[in-house]
Design a protein around this ligand. Structure first.
Ligand SMILES: NC(=O)c1ccc[n+]([C@@H]2O[C@H](COP(=O)([O-])OP(=O)(O)OC[C@H]3O[C@@H](n4cnc5c(N)ncnc54)[C@H](OP(=O)(O)O)[C@@H]3O)[C@@H](O)[C@H]2O)c1
Length: 332
């Protein structure tokens, strides 16, 4: 193993706002603590949250890297004194609280997972953020069971594609919304029974009148006026899980629906949770999702890849919402 350099390329933010603030620069390698590993990054996932952080709206938790990037795949380049689970050169992927748009990152070993057998670095970098988010929200908070009906909005997003595949694999009936015919076709190919083009159809109307069904679990990233519309199509005992509010954080909802149908309204954010929680989710995903990935039951949807130096183009693509699945940065 060659000696580590003192500096290495990363995307730094020179200010808040547009992508003109994203600059490739050489920065010092991160320092690792006794429970950390350093990863030589080969691929990094791009998430909608990164664009919000770039604009100044989603700062990293205190003490975490200011560099963008919530998930990576690469090889172990250094290990802390207490780390015995991995050795130098192991191929891993990891959930980060920041620091992924770089050549090296630091992360607590609890948030590290081995790369699924047969997976490329690009595929592995597409896993941690979305599969852990979907797992903890849909199955822990939402308690989705086989035979239930599941609605996920934004079905063609990184989160949405993972949610469709995991819920289908669990044995649920999946209904989703997406913003074009092409996106809807992709969602149905992944396992959605019905993908609703919300720009042309009313999802409440389709669920109620065309499908004649109700929903047990909703994974919602839209918020705003979707909230009450979701509650209106839910079954008694339904669970509504919010993970974002693309249409706004405020909602006008009927307390009557909550009472009469005994609904659970919940939600979460993954980034700010403590290492212990993230480690527990990582272990659940390793136990429950990794075997399915290795058996080929489903695989992450990769929309496109960009070299690290073109991270700004990757942001343009995710902000344009033309993508289907995950956008990944590759690191030489
Ligand atoms: N709480 C958490 O822990 C957590 C963790 C990860 C991600 N998230 C959130 O989950 C969301 C998805 O993340 P991602 O990285 O997968 O992003 P993404 O791929 O960019 O997905 C966002 C999708 O939402 C759809 N959309 C945008 N505005 C919309 C609107 N007003 N109404 C309906 N749909 C809209 C877009 O597709 P259409 O063409 O269909 O509009 C887009 O594909 C983001 O908001 C992210 O912040 C939350």
């Amino acid at each position: 193993m060659s000696a580590l350099p003192s500096v290495a390329p990363a995307i730094v933010l020179t200010g808040q706002g547009g992508t003109e603030n994203m600059k490739l620069d050489n920065i010092p390698l991160p320092e690792i603590g006794p429970d950390d590993v350093m990863i030589r990054i080969r691929a990094a996932g791009v998430n909608r949250a990164d664009t919000v952080q770039r604009q100044g709206g989603y700062p990293p938790p205190p003490g975490e890297s200011e560099i963008l990037g919530l998930e990576v795949a690469g090889t172990i380049a250094a290990v802390g004194a207490n780390v015995s689970q991995y050795k130098l050169g192991d191929n891993v992927c990891a959930l980060l609280a920041g620091g992924g748009y770089a050549t090296y990152c630091r992360v607590n070993v609890a948030q590290v997972l081995p790369i699924p057998k047969g997976y490329s670095m690009v595929q592995a970098a597409a896993l941690p953020e979305v599969f852990m988010t979907v797992w903890t929200n849909v199955f822990d908070l939402g308690r989705l069971q086989a035979g239930e009906t599941f609605l996920v909005h934004g079905g063609s997003s990184g989160i949405g594609t993972a949610a469709i595949m995991l819920a289908k694999h669990r044995g649920a009936t999946v209904i989703t919304t997406a913003g074009s015919a092409e996106k809807c076709a992709a969602c149905e190919k992944l396992g959605a029974t019905r993908a609703i083009n919300y720009k042309e159809e009313d999802f409440v109307d389709v669920i109620t009148n065309e499908l004649g069904t109700n929903i047990d679990v909703v994974l919602d990233m839209v918020g705003g006026d979707y909230m009450q519309r979701n509650l209106g199509v839910m079954n008694p005992g339904g669970r509504h899980v919010s993970i974002a509010f693309l249409a706004g954080p405020m909602a006008n909802i009927s307390v009557i629906d909550i009472m009469m149908k005994r609904l659970t309204i919940t939600g979460s954010t993954l980034r700010a949770r403590p290492v212990e929680f993230k480690g527990a989710v990582a272990q659940s995903v390793r136990d429950n999702v990794w075997p399915a990935l290795e058996a080929g039951a489903f695989e992450p949807v990769i929309d496109s890849t960009f070299p690290l130096a073109q991270a700004a183009e990757a942001h343009h693509r995710i902000e344009s919402s033309v993508h289907i699945g995950k956008i990944i940065l590759t690191v030489d």
